[in-house]
Design a protein around this ligand. Structure first.
Ligand code: ADP
Ligand code: ZN
Length: 222
């Protein structure tokens, strides 16, 4: 199994780039943030436990997230499709847990790490202008700041016609917390992965199409 880990702060565009890889390259995206929001919307036991954590911008406990990822991989595994891990791992404990899981259940798998790079002030304006589809099965992402990412009808999802909402953690306080949490773990994660591989740097302060072209070049895809 070939895996790409997208590393980068909240709002950097991991989800948007993942979406293009799914649509244009036929890859699969595993977004732990989306999985968490689905649990909350469905009011599962996990959802009830993590609702407040997510709102406040803190991390969901490592064991809860790791189990979600493991369940997803076992269910969705397809040897022909590259998988993007979007928003996971966020801590070294998670990174080690996925390494162990791959070794045991999917031997021969390879993790490639791409670091998405952008100035912090760009990230903050992206997050404050972000809207998502309120339908938890859809969760399509829009922006009120960038024309290319604006919905066709104001506040309505292009894909499923549900109402667009602001994410509960896209408020100033939670954004600050999420950036702080990301910065706290970034170095450790980079150190962990750079022991065994060269981390690929991708500048994402460009429009999305250019970012996608740069990404393909970076990984030697036509
Ligand atoms: P962002 O990257 O913009 O913060 P995500 O949608 O990836 O947004 O994640 C939203 C929230 O879900 C995080 O702030 C965190 O509470 C929780 N979460 C997602 N992935 C993880 C993870 N790997 N470990 C712990 N918590 C996570
Ligand atoms: Zn939708």
């Amino acid at each position: 199994m070939n895996i790409y880990v997208f590393l980068g702060p909240p709002g950097v565009g991991k989800g948007s780039l993942s979406k293009l890889c799914v649509e244009k390259l036929g890859w699969q995206q595993l977004s732990t943030g989306n999985l968490c929001r689905m649990h909350i919307a469905n009011q599962t036991d996990i959802g009830k436990k993590i609702d407040f954590i997510i709102k406040s911008g803190k991390l969901v406990p490592d064991d809860v997230i790791t189990e979600m990822v493991s369940d997803w991989l076992i269910k969705n595994y397809d040897s022909n499709r590259t998988i993007i891990l979007d928003g996971f791992p966020r801590t070294v404990i998670q990174a080690k847990a996925i390494d162990d899981l791959l070794k045991e259940k999917f031997p021969g798998s390879k993790i490639n790490v791409v670091k998405l790079i952008i100035p912090e002030k760009t990230v903050i304006s992206r997050l404050t202008s972000r809207l998502i589809c309120g339908n938890s099965k859809c969760q399509a992402v829009y922006s009120t700041m960038t024309k290319a990412l604006a919905p066709k009808d104001i506040n309505v999802c292009d894909k499923c016609s549900c109402k667009l909402i602001k994410r509960q953690d896209d408020n100033e306080q939670s954004i600050k917390e999420r950036l702080a949490v990301y910065n706290e773990h970034e170095n450790e994660l980079l150190k962990y992965y750079s022991k065994n591989q060269k981390i690929l740097d991708l500048n994402v302060e460009k429009n999305l199409d250019e970012v996608f072209e740069d990404f393909k070049k970076l990984i030697n895809l036509k």
